[in-house]
Design a protein around this ligand. Structure first.
Ligand code: TRP
Length: 376
C-alpha cells in the first residue's frame, strides 16, 4: 500500500512504502511457509492458527528444524520482545497472539525481552524514565493475553543487565563495527550505545541455553523487520559460541487505518491502542480509509477493493476466524453488495468486544506482573 512508486523501506526502526514481501524473502534469504510445512504443523499439533494458514506469518528460517527437534523430544524455547516506546496497539499484539498459540500447543517456555535501553538510545528526545514506564505498561498488555506462569520469563534490559551483559560481551567480541554498519545501515555518526545494542537483542537467543546449562533450540516469532538481528548477528555468532542458531518465523505488518503503511503509534488516529475507549474505537474505524468507491452507487456498480482495504485486512488478521465467513466478506465486497459503512460498523463492534475483554484481563494482569519478571 502507500504510494505505488515509492521505494519501500524495512528496517528495525522504520517501515515505509508498499512492502514487497517476496523481495524481502529473497533479500533476507528466508523461506516461504509452504503447504508441506503447514501439513506438518497440523500433523504435530492438530490445528493451524489462522495467522499461519493465511500466511500472515509467511516466512521462516529453520522452522522445520525446530519441528525435527520437537519430534525428537528436544523442546524449544520461544523468544520475542517489545521496544517500549509508547502504548501498545493492535499491531503489536499480532505476534504476541501467535506466540501464545505456540506456547500453548508446544508447551514451550517464552523468553520476552523489553528493550527500554534501545528505545532510550534510539530516540534523542526520550528519557530512560519514560521507556521504563512504558516497559511496565506494555508488559501488562502482554500478560493480559494469558501467557503461562512458570513458563514465561519477561525481562527489562536495564533491570536484567548483569545477566545480559555477561553474554552480550561474548557476542560483541565477534562483531565488528563494519558488520553492524552493513547489517543495520548505520553510519559512523550513530551513538556507540546503538552500535552495541544489537548484541543485547541477540542475547536472548542463547539465554535459555545459558540458564539451563544445556543447548536449547530457540524459535523467534516476530515481524520481519527484526530479521537483521538474527540474520546478521545471532546466527552468525551462534556456532562460534557453541549454541544452536536461532530459528525464525516472520510476520507481515499489521496495517494502520489510513491509506497504506503499518499501524504506528506515531500516527494515533489510524492506530487502535489497547487503552482506547469504545467511542474512540468507533470513531477511528468509521473514519478509516477503505477499498470502497467514492459513492454507494459506484460501489454497487464497480465493487470494492478488499486487497487494499485495512478494514478487510483487520478481519483477515484478527477479527474473523472462520475462513468461510472471511471469504464471504471478500466476495461481497468485490461484488459491491457489502458497503463500507456496514462493513466498518461490524468490524467496530468486534474490535470493541475484543478491547473490552482485553481491558478486563489487563486490570487483572496488574496483580500478577511480578511473578513473571526476571531480575538479577
Ligand atoms: N527491537 C524490538 C522492538 O523495537 C524489541 C525486541 C527485542 C524484539 N527482542 C525482540 C522483537 C525479539 C521481536 C523479537 O520492538
Amino acid at each position: 500500500m502507500g504510494d505505488k512508486n515509492e521505494e519501500f523501506v524495512v528496517t528495525p526502526w522504520e517501515v515505509r512504502g508498499i512492502v514487497d514481501y517476496d523481495r524481502l524473502v529473497k533479500e533476507f534469504g528466508t523461506q516461504f511457509i509452504d503447504d508441506r510445512l503447514l501439513d506438518r504443523v497440523k500433523r504435530i499439533i492438530g490445528e493451524i492458527h489462522p495467522l499461519l494458514k493465511r500466511r500472515i506469518f509467511f516466512s521462516h528460517r529453520d522452522f522445520d528444524w525446530i519441528l525435527d527437534k520437537f519430534e525428537q523430544g528436544e523442546n524449544f524455547a520461544l523468544y520475542t520482545g517489545r521496544g517500549p516506546s509508547g502504548p501498545v496497539h493492535l499491531g503489536h499484539m499480532v505476534p504476541w497472539i501467535f506466540t501464545k498459540y505456540l506456547q500453548d500447543k508446544f508447551d514451550a517456555e517464552l523468553y520476552f525481552q523489553v528493550t527500554d535501553d534501545e528505545k532510550f538510545l534510539h530516540d534523542p528526545h526520550v528519557s530512560l524514565e519514560i521507556t521504563k514506564n512504558y516497559a511496565m505498561e506494555n508488559i501488562i498488555d502482554l500478560l493480559a493475553l494469558g501467557f503461562k506462569e512458570g513458563k514465561t520469563f519477561i525481562f527489562i534490559d536495564t533491570d536484567y543487565a548483569k545477566t545480559l551483559y555477561n553474554i552480550a560481551i561474548k557476542v560483541a567480541k565477534h562483531i565488528t563495527f563494519s558488520t553492524v554498519k552493513a547489517v543495520f545501515g548505520f553510519d559512523s555518526s550513530i551513538n556507540v550505545g546503538m552500535s552495541f545494542f544489537p548484541t543485547i537483542q541477540a542475547v536472548p537467543c542463547f539465554l535459555p541455553s545459558v540458564l539451563k546449562g544445556k543447548n536449547t533450540p530457540v524459535l523467534i516469532p516476530a515481524a520481519i523487520d527484526q530479521d537483521p538481528y538474527w540474520r546478521g548477528i545471532a546466527r552468525f555468532v551462534a556456532p562460534k559460541l557453541g549454541f544452536y542458531k536461532p530459528a525464525q518465523i516472520h510476520s507481515k505488518f499489521f496495517p494502520g487505518l489510513g491509506k497504506g503503511g503499518k499501524m504506528s503509534a506515531s500516527e494515533p488516529n489510524t492506530a487502535i491502542f489497547t487503552t482506547d475507549d469504545e467511542e474512540l474505537v468507533d470513531k477511528k474505524i468509521m473514519n478509516a480509509f477503505t477499498g470502497g468507491r467514492a459513492t454507494v452507487e459506484e460501489h454497487r456498480k464497480l465493487g470494492g477493493q478488499p486487497d487494499i482495504c485495512p478494514v478487510y485486512h483487520y478481519y483477515e488478521y484478527l477479527f474473523e476466524e472462520d475462513d468461510k465467513k472471511l471469504k464471504e466478506i471478500y466476495n461481497s465486497c468485490k461484488l459491491g453488495t457489502l458497503i463500507c459503512g456496514d462493513c466498518k460498523a461490524i468490524l467496530a463492534n468486534k474490535v470493541k468486544k475484543f478491547m473490552k475483554e482485553h481491558q478486563r484481563k489487563r486490570e487483572k494482569a496488574k496483580d500478577i506482573v511480578n511473578e513473571f519478571i526476571l531480575k538479577d
